[in-house]
Design a protein around this ligand. Structure first.
Ligand code: FE2
Ligand code: FE2
Length: 257
């Protein structure tokens, strides 16, 4: 293969890669390519992407300068402060505060604090599953189990526990909405499980909307997190855990590879 053919082959390989990429016009000194998951639906993911190449510009392979810089060894609280949305973190902290006020145990308070962490900085769809997976190596198994199943339990009333089907869901999803079969199945699994109430308590303390007049500070949960979340000394994303890559993706979400 001569050098011209090599260059052609390399270009072809690059174009193949970009089939699943979309150019973001807001890039600064580096080219930002959005993963298919962010754009699938807005565009047919099978369609060839817009060619994002620009002469003399490189692709992002590390931090995105548009985002606040994270410490080298980021903690859970660093992610709360620097990557999660304000509405999301206030929702989580207000839910955890409510659980604490009602005298729930520390595992349940922590589960409330972490139950929706996937939503604002990672992926919304199947948020209970993603949130549970993100924290699984660092918390008691009961905590991640409760977080995983709260997604299904939200759709099923439990009068004996004082949980009704949320009125808001009728507005959001329609009066006749019925969850997918896998959610029904998860509900039945959860009902028969010894940790059912821990997950149910997340739904009972899950606030629909955060009160803008109430400002909860993270420090309120320093002790509970310190006792119940095994913060890796290398930082989340760099500890080689089975979910480290997920934390790295939240930290540096626009890397080309
Ligand atoms: Fe949730
Ligand atoms: Fe929630």
């Amino acid at each position: 293969m001569n050098s011209y053919q090599k260059a052609e082959a390399a270009e072809h390989a690059l174009m193949e890669e970009l089939e699943h990429a979309v150019y973001s016009p807001n890039a600064e000194d580096r080219i930002v390519v959005k993963a298919a998951i962010y754009t699938s639906g807005e565009r047919d993911p099978r369609e060839p992407a817009v060619n994002p190449r620009q002469d003399g510009k490189l692709y992002i392979m590390g931090p995105d300068k548009r985002l606040p810089k994270m410490p080298d060894k980021p903690t859970l609280f660093d992610f709360f402060r620097l990557r999660f949305g304000l509405g999301n973190t206030q929702h989580l902290m207000q839910s955890a505060r409510l659980a604490q006020k009602r005298g729930e145990n520390e595992k349940v308070v922590l589960a409330c604090l972490l139950h929706d962490i996937a939503n604002s900085a990672f992926i919304r769809a199947d948020h209970g599953y993603w949130s549970a997976q993100l924290v699984e190596p660092y918390v008691d198994p009961e905590v991640s189990w409760a977080i995983k199943y709260h997604q299904a339990l939200r759709f099923f009333p439990d009068e004996s526990a004082g949980y009704e089907y949320p009125e808001t869901y009728k507005k959001l999803f329609g009066e006749d909405y019925s969850p997918e079969p896998f959610i029904h199945q998860a509900y039945h699994e959860a009902r028969d499980h010894k940790w059912y109430m821990s997950s149910r308590l997340i739904t009972l303390n899950d606030l629909y909307a955060f009160d803008r007049n109430v400002k909860v500070e993270l420090e309120e949960f320093t002790d509970i997190v310190g006792r119940n979340f095994k913060q890796p000394k290398e930082g989340l994303g760099f500890d080689g855990s089975p979910v480290a890559h997920m934390w790295r993706t939240i930290n540096w979400p626009t890397r080309y590879l």
